[in-house]
Ligand binder design. Structure first.
Ligand SMILES: [Zn+2]
Length: 260
C-alpha cells in the first residue's frame, strides 16, 4: 500500500507522530493487516472522482470530518463509558490526547473504525460512524484495543493476541450494547450462552477483517483464548448492557479500580 519513498516523505511530515515506529517496525509494509481499509492512513490521500463530486456523492468529506470530531469531543466530555476508558488509559500510563490519538477519517466500505497500533491511534470512520451512538460504540471498542496494547504489549501479528483483544472488545462493547436479544437468535433462558455466541461471531468477523486468515484459523484462535479473554473485564469491571444503568455504574465504580 505504501512504498519506501512515500514512507520517508510521511516521516518528514509527521516526525512527532511516527518517527519511533517507522524505522523499527517492519510491519508497516505488511498489506495483510487491514490497513488498506483506511485509505487515508499514512498519506495515501483519498482519490476524488470528478463525476461523483459533480453529482454530490463526494466532496462532503470536510463536513463529515467536522461532524465526526464534534461527536468524538461530545463522547469524551459526556459519555460515562468513554470517560472511564480515558481514565483507565491514563492510570495505566497511556494518557490520551484526543488530537493526537483519535483521528476522524474516510474509510473503505464495511468498516466503522480501527486501531492503528503502530501510531497508537484510534480511527473513527467519518463516512460510516455518523451518529453519536456509533461514535461512542467505536470509541469504546477501539479504546479497549488501545488499553490492551498499553497494558499487555499486544502483538497484533500474533493471531491469539488479536483474537483475545477482539473477544474483549466484542464482549464489553458490541454484544453488550446491542444486546444479543435484539438480534433475535436468543431466548431469555439462555442469555449467557447467547452473549458468548455473539462475542464469538463478532470477534471472528473482526479477526477476519484485520488479518488474512481462513475462517477456520480465526475460529481456532478464538477458541484457544476464549475463556481467559472473555472473563477478563478490565477496565470496565462489568459488561455493559443496553438499556440498563450499567454504563453509569461502571463509571461510578471506576474508583474501586484506581481509574479516577
Ligand atoms: Zn476490534
Amino acid at each position: 500500500m505504501i512504498g519506501k519513498n512515500e514512507k520517508t516523505e510521511k516521516k518528514k511530515k509527521d516526525e512527532n507522530d511516527i518517527a519511533e515506529n517507522v524505522s523499527t517496525n517492519e510491519s508497516i509494509d505488511d498489506h495483510s493487516w487491514g490497513m488498506d481499509l483506511y485509505p487515508e492512513r499514512r498519506g495515501a490521500k483519498l482519490k476524488r472522482s470528478w463525476f461523483k463530486t459533480m453529482i454530490g456523492l463526494e466532496g462532503r468529506e470536510s463536513l463529515d470530518n467536522v461532524r465526526c470530531e464534534t461527536n468524538v469531543y461530545y463522547c469524551i466530555k459526556n459519555s460515562p463509558i468513554v470517560k472511564l476508558m480515558v481514565a483507565a488509559l491514563k492510570s495505566s500510563g497511556c494518557e490520551i490526547d484526543i488530537r493526537r490519538h483519535i483521528s476522524c477519517e474516510v474509510c473503505g466500505p464495511y468498516v466503522t473504525g480501527g486501531y492503528d497500533a503502530e501510531l497508537n491511534q484510534v480511527v473513527i470512520c467519518q463516512n460510516s460512524a455518523v451518529s453519536k451512538g456509533a461514535v461512542q460504540a467505536n470509541l469504546l471498542h477501539e479504546m479497549i484495543h488501545m488499553f490492551d496494547y498499553c497494558r499487555n504489549k499486544l502483538d497484533l501479528k500474533n493471531i491469539d493476541h488479536l483474537a483475545c483483544t477482539e473477544i474483549r472488545a466484542a464482549s464489553i462493547g458490541h454484544c453488550s450494547f446491542l444486546g444479543s436479544l435484539v438480534h433475535g437468535y436468543s431466548s431469555f433462558t439462555n442469555i449467557k450462552a447467547t452473549h458468548q455466541n455473539c462475542v464469538k461471531s463478532k470477534a471472528k468477523l473482526s479477526v477476519l477483517a484485520a488479518h488474512k486468515v481462513t475462517p477456520e484459523e480465526a475460529e481456532a484462535a478464538i477458541e484457544r483464548v476464549f475463556t481467559k479473554c472473555y472473563n477478563d473485564l478490565e477496565p470496565i469491571g462489568r459488561r455493559i448492557r443496553r438499556n440498563s444503568d450499567d454504563m453509569t455504574k461502571a463509571y461510578a465504580e471506576a474508583y474501586l479500580y484506581g481509574y479516577t
